[in-house]
Write a protein that binds this ligand. Sequence first.
Ligand code: C5P
Length: 237
Amino acid sequence: MADSRLIVALDVHSMPDVRALVETLGDSVSYYKVGMELFYRVGAEVLTYLHDQGKSIFLDLKLHDIPNTVAEGLCSLMNLHADMLNVHASGGYEMMRTAVERVRGKAAQDGIPAPKLIAVTILTSIGGDDWKEMGFSQEIREQVIRFASLAKKAGMDGVVASPQEAVAIREVCGPDFLIVTPGIRPAGADINDQSRIATPSAALQNGASHLVVGRPIRAAKDPKAAAEAIIREMERV
Ligand code: C5P
């Protein structure tokens, strides 16, 4: 029943909460995202648990520092079974290129598959007003596409972007580039703090390869039913 294009955000704070959600969702969900709020509290234990459960893991720590620090930081995360890791594209071309080179080099040396490396473009919580307030004059969309092209040029496997920008990224970066989209809200769901959002089917139609969904599943009265409804909607596209 699981659809590996659906990644559920495990934004909880303890191992008992992780186990409860993963057990509730059972075979309906095969891919989980571990972000900083969980990883900084429980550390590697959560990845070992998910790996033992046969789940795929996106370790979403959004590294952002000078090229050597990011590349070494990623290499330090490589023994944790993550299938996907990420950095901020605003760290620049050289940072992304160095990350790709070192991570692939280490994977080859250790004889393990290289994790997918993706770049965060502009956070989906940032709307037009925030953007202007930060002093940027070009459109968010334009900058997202610029970051996506830069990530592709640096050899990254894909980007994290809003579903609203997926069409343009797909056009510019081609069919194999991963486009991981948070900001997914089924029709009628609470928007929370997200800004540039889309429904699951619209995100896929726009060219997303993976959907990251947190609160619409986690906060639902019946999380498994909510996940299955999203999967049914995805499979109709
Ligand atoms: O609860 P919700 O569905 O909004 O969760 C979205 C998840 O995706 C959160 O874990 C958030 O940190 C993450 N994310 C995001 N925007 C990005 C990158 C990651 O919302 N650009």
